[in-house]
Design a protein around this ligand. Structure first.
Ligand SMILES: [Fe+2]
Ligand SMILES: [Fe+2]
Length: 153
């Protein structure tokens, strides 16, 4: 099996999430949008979980203590914020509050676009500068196996 470095794997997954967002936007006033949103939430939760389980530990290890603790902290805070937004969206979905659902969608679409761009343009670049390619490949392989297991559910 072709394996990908962790940053490439995550960047590719951003593409899938961006496609989810486009599809939701196109169907926002249709009843079927709830299923699309539910699928997006679960895709995004998987993505952020994978980042926190596989990427964050090495980011902390390589950048945390002295190199760039500010970057690590703001990254963790941003993830916290995204978990909060996903929860809000799930609540709006469960209680069928359409107006709130739409509003949350626009919040989440804007924040996630900014978040993906930050990871791709800043974090992943820094990571490639300080972490050996073999390490990135090994983590990528483990993360890919985890994603495949998620996909079975
Ligand atoms: Fe993230
Ligand atoms: Fe990401």
């Amino acid at each position: 099996m072709m394996t990908m470095d962790i940053d490439h794997l995550l960047a590719e997954d951003h593409g899938r999430l961006r496609a989810d967002l486009v599809r939701i936007r196109q169907n926002l006033s249709r009843p079927g949008v709830r299923d699309l949103i539910r699928a997006f939430i679960s895709d995004y939760e998987m993505h952020e979980s994978i980042e926190e389980e596989f990427l964050l530990p090495v980011v902390r290890e390589y950048l945390g203590s002295r190199r760039n603790p500010g970057l690590v902290q703001s990254y963790e805070e941003e993830h916290e914020r995204i978990w909060g937004l996903l929860e809000q969206m799930m609540d709006a979905l469960n209680f069928t509050r359409y107006r709130e659902l739409q509003k949350t969608f626009f919040d989440i679409a804007a924040s996630s676009e900014a978040h993906f761009a930050y990871e791709e343009r800043v974090l992943f670049r820094v990571i490639r500068e300080v972490i050996e390619p073999e390490v990135l490949a090994k983590i990528g392989e483990r993360a890919e196996a985890r994603m495949a297991r998620f996909a079975l559910h």
